[in-house]
Design a protein around this ligand. Structure first.
Ligand code: GAP
Length: 509
């Protein structure tokens, strides 16, 4: 079986080979942690965004969507705390000259100990077979308990240091844990210092006189500063939400793992405004709702886990991540944060405009509290894509690569394939294209033998291949081949549209 590193390499190369994702500016040797979505990647990405938008906006009467500008008044980032506190702790190795995030070095160290626990479990599972009880094993095995104790101690220390912004302590922890640079293998570290992640730029034609602007590091602030506009123009009643999908920019210190950590990426965020005091109930509600959204994609539940935050961001009174098991381990996919009234209060203070809500049921005005759900489009893409990509050995011993995407997310819903390039079959196939293309993304392909065309459609995740053969011309309909089972059935041409509608249903969380 391929190891995780090989699987990840395959994900990256498959994404490029089939037109999903290309390195940005590739002919100029690329640009660090910036990627372009190709012709199929754009379709998949749009379908992911549509799945989120429908689930959040279309299926919730009390959530509306906006599209705010990337450029915003610079005071916004002062008010939000990003100018002063949107930093990552940075450390360099003096021998390799490589730069790292101090917190990531510690998290990677913890992940290595977690791996040891996983290995102990795998060994025990082999030994005990069916009788293996994981829960019992991890709560009683001496070696596992020792590893877990180590993890808990490091976590506690690390959370305390991060909360206190103790950079000297962070460096000491790295030294105490014996963490070495993966390149040089040495512990020759510089001091830890803070690095602000926002990109700055200038506005106006005369550079000298212009103001410094920041490329937004999150879409959320565009929602907060429009809170009153939306509430009043939409006559929204609390509790209600405002959703937005858009680009965000972060000058990540260490950008790696493909589209997992990019410098330009896209977020899908929703701010849900609630009565003060009810926020922890709503936090629980959204924590569960969002996991349901992920599970409705059909990816097994064990690929997801919650990670409650010990170190809370400057605006939060509760926070959790939904983590996904990427090919490089469990990592954050989505954040759910109880942001209190921090953002609205700060924008009131900095703008001098009162950002309050009059609650007619309580007959009082207050600053609403906010629950935020925030998920990266690109990370969701990577999660879905990497899980869907499989190499299969078939009954006859041959192999195929298949991208088992949920049909509603697949770039093409169907491929229309004339069996041969003659006898009027291409013309009939073109007629079917006309019939379907207004409702579905469909692709016409007549090149190569039919088996090779099926394989190509499997590799790009097309759920249905519609083949036009000689019997089609005699009125016997077409064959529809299912990507996952490779089963074929005959369907009348006049039923094709409703057939696809029936099989490609929207996902309901
Ligand atoms: N408004 C809250 C916020 O921005 P965050 O946890 O910093 O919270 C939310 O980011 C989500 O955005 C993450 O869970 C992740 O999916 C995505 N994200 C953050 N930084 C990213 C990056 N550099 N590249 C790709 N996705 C990123």
């Amino acid at each position: 079986m391929a190891n995780q590193e090989d699987i990840f390499k395959k994900v990256v190369s498959h994404a490029k080979e089939y037109g999903f994702i290309f390195p940005s500016s590739e002919i100029y040797d690329g640009l660090g942690a910036v990627y372009d979505y190709g012709q199929l990647g754009t379709e998949l990405k749009n379908n992911i965004k549509s799945y989120w938008w429908k689930a959040m906006v279309q299926y919730h009467e009390n959530i509306v969507g906006i599209d705010s500008a990337i450029f915003m008044h610079p005071k916004i980032w002062k008010a939000s705390g990003h100018v002063d506190a949107f930093n990552d702790p940075l450390i360099d190795n003096k021998d390799s000259k490589k730069r790292y995030r101090a917190d990531v070095l510690i998290e990677d160290h913890i992940a290595k100990i977690e791996d040891k626990i996983k290995k102990e479990c795998e060994k025990a599972q082999k030994r005990f077979g069916e009788a293996f009880n994981r829960e019992q094993f991890v709560s009683t095995n001496a070696r596992v308990l020792e590893h877990q104790k180590q993890i808990d101690e490091i976590h506690a220390k690390y959370a305390e240091l991060m909360n206190n912004n103790d950079l000297v302590g962070l460096k000491q922890l790295i030294l105490d844990l014996g963490i070495v640079c993966p390149i040089s293998g040495t512990r020759n570290w510089t001091d830890v210092r803070q690095f602000n992640l926002m990109f700055a730029t200038k506005m106006g034609s005369v550079i000298d006189d212009s103001d410094t602007l920041y490329l937004r590091p999150e879409t959320a602030q565009g929602i907060f500063v429009n809170f009153l506009n939306v509430q009043k123009s939409g006559r929204m009643k609390i509790p209600f939400g405002i959703a937005q999908i858009g680009k965000a920019f972060r000058n990540e210190i260490v950008a790696r793992q493909f589209i997992f950590r990019m410098r330009e990426f896209e977020q899908m965020e929703m701010q849900f405004f609630v009565r003060p005091g009810s926020e922890l109930d709503w936090f629980k509600y959204w924590k569960e709702e969002r996991l349901k959204w992920h599970l409705a994609l059909g990816i097994p539940a064990e690929k997801y886990r919650y990670h409650d935050h010990e170190k809370l961001a400057h605006y939060a009174n509760a926070a959790t991540d939904i983590e996904f098991e990427f090919p490089f381990g469990f990592k954050e996919l989505e954040g759910i944060h109880s942001r209190t009234d921090f953002d609205l209060s700060r924008h009131s203070e900095f703008s001098g405009k009162k950002l309050q809500y009059f609650d007619s049921e309580l007959n009082e005005s207050y600053t609403p509290y906010v629950i935020e759900t925030s998920i990266g489009v690109d990370r969701t893409f990577l999660a879905i894509f990497s899980h869907a990509l499989k190499d299969e050995t078939l009954e006859d011993g041959s192999t195929r690569t298949v991208l088992s995407l949920p049909p509603v997310l697949a770039p093409y819903k169907a491929a229309i394939l004339p069996l041969v390039k003659k006898d009027g079959l291409p013309e009939k196939a073109r007629e079917i294209m006309e019939l379907l293309k207004y409702d579905f993304m469909v692709q016409y392909d007549e090149k190569d033998a039919i088996g090779r065309r099926y394989r190509r459609q499997d590799a790009i995740g097309t759920p249905y291949c519609i083949t036009v053969d000689n019997e089609t011309l005699e009125g016997a309909g077409v064959t529809v081949r299912h990507r996952d089972t490779m089963q074929q059935e005959r369907v009348a041409i006049e039923n094709l549209n409703s057939y696809l509608h029936e099989h490609i249903k929207p996902i309901k969380a």
